[in-house]
Write a protein that binds this ligand. Structure first.
Ligand SMILES: [Fe+2]
Ligand SMILES: [Fe+2]
Length: 482
């Protein structure tokens, strides 16, 4: 690795991309900036915008010391443009340009596909901030409130990351796309965000933790695939975004773990032997495991749809062109061309789910999704260890990948979470067994009362084992009254 350019932290936009030497780009970004702040103020966190929050800000790209912590009011957060260090002599690792020097400019023939990839990725970043906009009002602790806001400001920075690429490399088209990224709104009837899961509501903190566990992890997979790109500025951008993304998934993973821990402890203390005894569990003011399971079913299925169709020519073209690789492409040992290779794809054939070999090139979405599911399994195993340690036999399970899908092979199937094939009528009749019901939603909503004293936690979630940045349990992460 070569030296990363030092970060210019003095101007309006902190960056390590030499903005000072690029007057045209600086002007474009400075023109975009007020619209971004308007968006943040109008569509970002609905409360506590003026409260100092203990946030990390990226001040470098050295993996060992890239962030500094301090109190900042969110609208004054230093959103910056940061690329991971260039890799000296980096070459394209896959596709028909394999072995050529990585591109520092956009190849003309791939201009529109690349722009499309950036816009789709970019659109998800502000969308999640919009989806999480109301959650600050009901945070279960100042620790969680701070984590929410950390995720939000970093998703904002991820939008900056994509906008930088659009404005630097795509001229007027890029500027228009950057403006449109501020125009669309999650769930809006006329100008929705581009992908389904990013137009869904995130009504409560249980949804937030599941979103960061499942949906931010899709983000990680996509970024990891784009980090392999032959277009070097995209690769470097994504590599740095992945550093931040790890915390988002930690928030979800540990959040659910704390929910499970609290529920199990409360059931034990009350002498409840059967976690399915929902009425008794709910009387304790904690989240029953069947409700958690239904919420998991919902978020998993919504997120799987983000991977697109199992068989996809777009994915094949992006790969062959060297624009988007496989997960950990550089660790895979094969020809990185996939001309003759096959990959087993789960298909829905005459009412039966079956694996069928398909050309590996067209099956890249399927492969990325498989990598994703394997990672999800790891998190769920950790949650199940908490349940087992409390002496309960219940286990949380990922639903079948064909359950409740809207996109791809299983869009027309009616599968139960365990994979049982149902008729449409059977499925509809049993819907509330599979997915959160209105009543589940109302129960979870009833628990969403804020805990705002330093060190205080809502009764449905256990405190974290360790604080952020080594802070003690009663640290005042958000100075609400200020
Ligand atoms: Fe992101
Ligand atoms: Fe994220």
């Amino acid at each position: 690795m070569s030296e990363a350019p030092t970060i210019d932290y003095d101007g309006l936009i902190p960056n390590n991309v030499g903005l000072n030497q690029d007057a045209r780009l600086r002007k474009a970004l400075e023109t975009w900036h007020p619209g971004y702040i308007d968006w943040w103020n109008g569509a970002g966190p609905a409360v506590f915008q003026n409260s100092p929050v203990y946030l990390r800000t990226a001040v470098g790209v050295d993996p060992e010391g890239w962030a500094k912590f301090g109190f900042v009011r969110m609208p004054e957060y230093r959103w910056g443009i940061l690329l991971a260090p260039a890799v000296e002599g980096r070459r394209i690792g896959f596709g028909v340009h394999q072995g050529e020097a990585a591109w520092q400019e956009v190849p003309g023939e791939y201009r529109s596909s690349l722009r499309r990839l950036l816009v789709i990725q970019g659109d998800t970043e502000p969308a999640s901030v919009e989806q999480q906009r109301q959650l600050g009002a009901t945070a279960p602790s100042l620790y969680d409130l701070r984590n929410l806001f950390q995720v939000n400001v970093e998703e904002g920075r991820h939008l900056w990351a994509m906008v930088y690429l659009l404005q630097k490399y795509f001229g007027r088209d890029g500027r228009e796309e950057a403006d449109d990224l501020l125009r669309r709104r999650s769930g809006d009837a006329d100008q929705p965000r581009m992908l389904g899961a990013f137009n869904e509501a995130t009504p409560d903190w249980l949804s937030f933790f599941l979103f960061t566990f499942f949906t931010d992890r899709d983000g990680k997979m996509q970024l990891a695939a784009l980090a392999q790109s032959g277009f070097d500025p995209l690769s470097r951008t994504c590599r740095f975004m992945l550093t931040e993304e790890a915390h988002h998934m930690f928030v979800g993973d540990s959040g659910i773990q704390r929910v499970v821990q609290r529920t199990c402890a409360a059931m034990r203390a009350a002498g409840i032997e059967d976690p399915e005894d929902v009425a008794r569990v709910r009387a304790l003011g904690v989240i029953d495991l069947p409700t958690l399971q239904r919420k998991m079913n919902l978020h998993f299925a919504l997120t799987l749809d983000l991977f697109g169709s199992e068989i996809s020519t777009n994915a094949a073209n992006a790969y062959s062109a060297g624009l988007k690789g496989r997960y950990r492409e550089d660790k895979i040992e094969d020809d990185h061309l996939l001309r003759d290779a096959t990959y087993p794809v789960l298909r829905w054939r005459d009412g039966v789910a079956m694996r069928e070999d398909a050309p590996a090139l067209s099956a890249l979405n399927m492969r990325l999704r498989d990598d994703y599911v394997a990672e999800c399994e790891g998190g769920i195993a950790r949650w199940n260890r908490v349940i087992a340690a409390a002496g309960y036999g219940t286990r949380l399970l990922l639903p079948h990948v064909g359950f409740n899908r809207k996109i791809g092979e299983f869009a027309a199937a009616n599968l139960a979470p365990d994979g049982t094939v149902l008729t449409a009528a059977e499925w509809a009749a049993r819907r509330d067994e599979f997915l959160p019901s209105a009543e589940d939603g109302a129960y979870v909503a009833s628990l969403m009362r804020p805990a705002r004293a330093a060190g205080e936690y809502a009764g449905w979630i256990a405190p974290p084992r360790v604080g952020i940045d080594g802070k003690p349990g009663d640290y005042e992460y958000v100075r609400i009254e200020a």
